[in-house]
Design a protein around this ligand. Structure first.
Ligand SMILES: Cc1cc2nc3c(=O)[nH]c(=O)nc-3n(C[C@H](O)[C@H](O)[C@H](O)COP(=O)(O)OP(=O)(O)OC[C@H]3O[C@@H](n4cnc5c(N)ncnc54)[C@H](O)[C@@H]3O)c2cc1C
Length: 499
């Protein structure tokens, strides 16, 4: 392939939250280095809305950020930026509707575009879907539903993709595979509805049903655990004493060895101290999930959920801890502990937990853990088999919603781009889920393990590498890191990052 030419051209593919973070920080780095003039940046987005994506495109006021406003700034050095943008009417501890965060993202995007324009950086929004990406050491070619020029660099931010579970049910007329798809139909108001999954996506579906005035019974079916835990009313800052970078370096002999699961668990256990009963916390949760939800609400209200302050304070270090673990430890964690961990790490904001409890109070919501099978029945609905003590019970529903969350298998995900690159070996599936990239540089890895010089991938799908990728915080750190390298390469007029 030939070189691109005198103008440096960059494509950001996918303009959800991560695409916005990538653009804003690329502009920031270029302006700081004073090298942007003449750069062309294309923001490529397939949907009609730029700067919202799956999580922040919802219009429902019930769909809240699962993090307090004070933790959601797009600028690491200005932690109050989101709260300030909200206009001082909200405090840092508030749980804001997610669509407000989408508005904030678009406001910061538009400011960055103005700053870029003033500095001679041209930015163009291109509406099309990228379906494949070829590259060599000289340039990047994007195959899309509209013609695109060759690029010097491409950053792929394709985001949260629909689940890859229950694919066989997709043709069924009463099955919703992706509740986040624009225009996904809600079941009729009196229908018996089944919701597959128990994570925050399932909580969102329950809240959508509630706010749309749904009257029929709703059953949440979960593979193993019940509902997530409940966040305390107020998040209190916690200063880490055990899960620290210094301890990580000490235990890994300055990154020379990897950590076992017991070592990581030991650090976390010391950090949590007496805030949780460790044995009970790491074992299967026994009891009626609704009764447990009520008891969790009680704990949150009465100051007994301080464990969340600790877990929240580990966010920034989590990708690094993951990076330092042995492959065996990561695999064991994902197999045995991940589901339980998610319940602790992604608890329900108190206000929404109360709404869910209210659904149960009205006798409308049941939770059925330990699902065994899901099958369409002769009446046009579904029979769901689940374990009830020693026997298997069956619950019948008229409509079924898949709320099991983002799909992480790049061979199967609903993204022609990711699938094409994976099948062609230009992108490697990570054995622990998602796509393989270099931990520090976010450059994509091909099937042979080689790192691309000009193509980066950032967002939820780098989960196998960074683990905690379903958060703005990690994607912000990664977007900032990769755009820093990009800007540096452009500053030095180095044509590509050295392999
Ligand atoms: C329902 C939900 C709620 C969440 N709530 C929170 C929260 O409160 N706090 C938090 O920190 N994290 C939250 N998350 C985690 C979330 O994953 C990240 O915070 C972040 O929103 C991910 O943004 P993204 O831009 O990577 O992905 P997405 O939001 O999925 O955006 C990807 C964008 O790329 C576009 N696109 C995809 N493929 C192509 C293509 N081939 N060509 C062109 N365009 C393409 C899509 O149309 C979309 O606009 C939530 C996630 C979900 C699903």
């Amino acid at each position: 392939m030939s070189r691109v030419g005198p103008v440096t051209r960059v494509a950001v593919v996918g303009m959800g939250a991560t695409g916005v973070l990538t653009y804003v920080h690329l502009v920031d780095h270029l302006l700081t280095a004073g090298v942007g003039a003449g750069t062309e940046i294309h923001l490529v987005e397939r949907s009609s809305q730029v700067g919202a994506g799956v999580a922040y495109g919802t219009q429902s006021d019930d769909h809240l950020l699962n993090m307090q406003a004070g933790t959601m700034s797009v600028f690491p050095d200005r932690p109050n930026d989101f709260v300030d943008w909200l206009g001082g009417k909200r405090d840092a501890a508030a749980y804001i509707p997610r669509h407000r965060f989408g508005e904030y993202l678009r406001a910061r995007l538009s400011e960055a575009m103005s700053r870029a324009d003033a500095a001679g950086i041209s930015t163009e929004v291109v509406r099309c879907e990228v379906r494949d990406c070829y590259f060599d050491d000289n340039e990047v070619r994007l195959v899309a539903t509209a013609p695109l020029p060759p690029y010097d660099y491409a950053v792929l931010c394709v985001g949260d993709l629909p689940p890859t579970t229950y694919q066989e049910l997709r043709p069924h007329p009463r099955y919703v595979h992706d509740p986040w798809r624009a225009g996904a139909a809600m079941p009729p108001v009196g229908a018996r509805v089944g919701v597959l999954g128990s994570s925050l996506t399932a909580v969102d579906v329950l809240l959508s049903l509630r706010s749309s005035g749904h009257e029929g019974p709703v059953t949440c079916f979960t593979r193993s655990r019940g509902l997530p835990r409940v966040q305390p009313a107020v998040l209190r800052p916690h200063r880490l004493r055990h899960v620290t970078e210094e301890n990580l370096l000490r235990l890994t002999d300055d990154a020379g060895r990897k950590l076992g699961l017991a070592e990581v668990a030991g650090l976390l256990r010391s950090e949590l101290g007496s805030l949780v009963d460790w044995r009970r916390a790491t074992g299967p949760r026994q009891g009626d999930p609704i009764a447990l939800l009520r008891s969790d609400i009680d704990d949150a209200v009465h100051g007994r959920a301080g464990w969340y302050d600790v877990l929240d304070s580990t966010s920034e270090l989590t990708p690094l801890v993951w990076h330092h673990m042995t492959d065996a430890a990561k695999t064991a964690f994902l197999r045995r502990l991940h589901s339980g961990w998610s319940g602790w790490r992604h608890p329900i904001p108190l206000v929404n937990a109360r709404r869910i409890a209210d659904l149960a109070e009205r006798g409308q919501l049941r939770v059925r853990p330990r699902v065994r099978s899901v099958a369409p029945n002769a009446d046009g609905g579904f029979d769901i088999a689940h374990q009830v003590g020693d026997r298997v019970g069956t619950t019948t529903v008229d409509h079924l919603v898949n709320a099991t969350g983002t799909g992480f298998n790049p061979w199967l995900v609903d993204s022609p781009l990711v699938r094409a690159m994976t099948h062609a070996g230009r992108l490697r599936a990570h054995p622990l889920g998602g796509v393989d990239v270099d931990f520090a540089t976010l450059r994509v890895r091909d099937a042979a393990g080689g790192l691309a010089a000009r193509v980066f991938f950032v967002g939820p799908l780098t989960r196998g590498v960074h683990f905690y990728t379903n958060s703005v915080e990690t994607n912000l750190v990664n977007a900032r890191a990769l755009t820093g390298q990009l800007a540096a390469a452009m500053t030095k007029r180095v044509p590509a990052l050295s392999a």
